[in-house]
Ligand binder design. Structure first.
Ligand code: AMP
Ligand code: GLY
Length: 425
């Protein structure tokens, strides 16, 4: 099979690394990819939003399966685009329909879905310009802190947690009246704050059945001890020690099964990954967000722990035969540490050469913001540059191994968190 992955981050490199090992995979392409994906696949210079160019490429190169790894493409409707075009409608796209991708593309859509299907989540109110005064009153009557979420995609920046009522009112006004996040904040979800520890749970579904993938915990803040600005994620571990059998049974019964049943009931076509951003409040799972794709950097910790041939699973999704598959999860623990450009998530410099010469460990190095310069040297090209994943029978040792590996790779202004996983060890 010839397979095309859409995207260019660490998640896409991890998918490429895993799919390249599949017995079904002949040619593997990544569009646009990065310096890391170039090692395991062929990079293609096509933007993930250019559906027409993707279509032409698929026809010219006999593509048999497409994996849109990020939300942008899915929310823009790549799944439906393939179905609507006669010459590519036979190619399975592993992901939800545009309707299904609204689970991530619109916070209000996700909240009303959860309410309709009795899925545990924080109480909320939907606000637009029409009912902004009502929204402000709702804020005043809410306990603090209070959470404001731009309805649409806002590159991970659309969630603001306010500590005072005044701050919340100003934020609401900025989001709606001053279009702080553009169109994405013309509608806002005001949500009650939930106190607990976060957990990422992933399933792969064919719309009827699902496979529960290994759990992960993401470290979103830039600073050690979970301080400072939010980022795309600075590290991850898998599995999560506090995701006990008992908690996961509750997650399946109260969250996953009602979500899959809800999608069916609402006639939403969904053949791909669902990422449940959960918060564990006194041993009860609540959903804080749905994403319509795998997490980044969680994928880099989760995929190395899956022993199945991923293409077998994807084919079963396409054929709606996921009930014939069993997930094989490795007993090893994984720790992923993100090497970032100093200054990220604010301003940072890029274009620095990355020195891998001292790298001796057997850690997996996934590239995110990297590219080749004119001398074919790998240089930094983004905020999150590399994801280093180490595996070991025990999580503590995996953390140590990841730290050793990170010290063996060097580039100017390298920054990483040294406390990934320490809070749960
Ligand atoms: P999201 O973009 O929905 O993932 O939200 C970003 C972050 O905001 C989450 O990872 C949580 O840390 C936090 N968050 C979102 N919703 C809530 C909530 N209702 N209560 C507490 N924290 C929240
Ligand atoms: N790591 C968080 C995300 O992928 O959304």
């Amino acid at each position: 099979m010839n397979i095309l992955i859409l995207g260019s981050g660490g998640r896409e490199h991890a998918f490429a690394w895993k799919i390249a090992q599949s017995k079904h995979c002949d040619k593997l392409y990544v569009a646009p990819g990065n310096a890391g994906t170039a090692k395991v696949a062929t990079n293609v210079d096509i933007k993930v939003s250019d559906f027409n160019a993707i279509e032409n490429f698929c026809i010219q190169h006999g593509i048999d399966m497409v994996l849109p790894a990020g939300e942008e493409t899915l929310v823009k409707g790549i799944y439906d685009y393939f179905l609507q075009h006669e010459n590519i409608k036979h190619i399975p796209v592993i992901g939800p329909s545009q309707h299904g991708a609204q689970m991530e593309g619109s916070k209000a859509f996700a909240k009303s879905f959860m309410l309709r299907h009795s899925i545990p989540t924080a109480a909320y109110k939907e606000v637009t310009l029409q009912n902004i005064e009502e929204g402000k009153r709702y804020l005043m009557d809410s306990p603090l802190p209070i959470v404001l979420k731009a309805d649409g995609l806002a590159a991970g920046k659309g969630v603001v947690i306010c500590e005072t009522h005044q701050e919340a009112q100003e934020e609401l006004s900025q989001m709606i009246e001053s279009a702080k996040f553009g169109d994405a904040s013309s509608k806002v979800v005001i949500e009650q704050f939930l106190k607990g520890i976060e957990l990422s749970v992933f399933v792969l579904t064919d719309g009827k059945d699902y496979l529960l993938l290994p759990t992960a915990k993401d470290y979103k803040r830039i600073g050690e001890g979970d301080t400072g600005l939010n980022t795309g994620g600075m590290g991850a571990i898998s599995p999560v020690p506090f995701a006990t059998h008992e908690l996961m049974l509750k997650v399946e019964e109260k969250v996953i099964k009602p979500t899959i049943a809800g999608l069916q009931k609402d006639k939403i076509i969904y053949k791909g990954f669902i990422y449940f951003g959960l918060i564990n409040v006194n041993n009860e799972p609540f959903v804080i967000e749905y994403n319509c794709r795998m997490g980044d950097p969680e994928t880099e910790a989760v995929l190395p722990r899956i022993e199945n041939d991923l293409v077998d699973l994807f084919q079963a999704v396409a054929d709606e035969k996921l009930n014939t598959q069993v997930l094989k999860e490795s007993t090893e623990a994984a720790c992923t540490v993100v090497l970032a450009s100093g200054g990220y998530p604010s301003e940072f410099e890029k274009g620095f050469e990355i020195n891998f010469e001292n790298e001796k460990s057997d850690a997996l190095i996934f590239h995110a913001g990297t590219q080749f310069n004119q001398h074919q040297k790998v240089i930094t090209a983004g905020g999150r540059v590399l994801m280093v994943t180490a595996l070991d029978n025990n999580l503590k040792n995996a953390l140590k191994k990841a730290m050793t590996a990170t010290s063996e790779i060097d580039f100017k202004n390298k920054y990483f968190r040294k406390d990934i996983g320490l809070d749960v060890c």
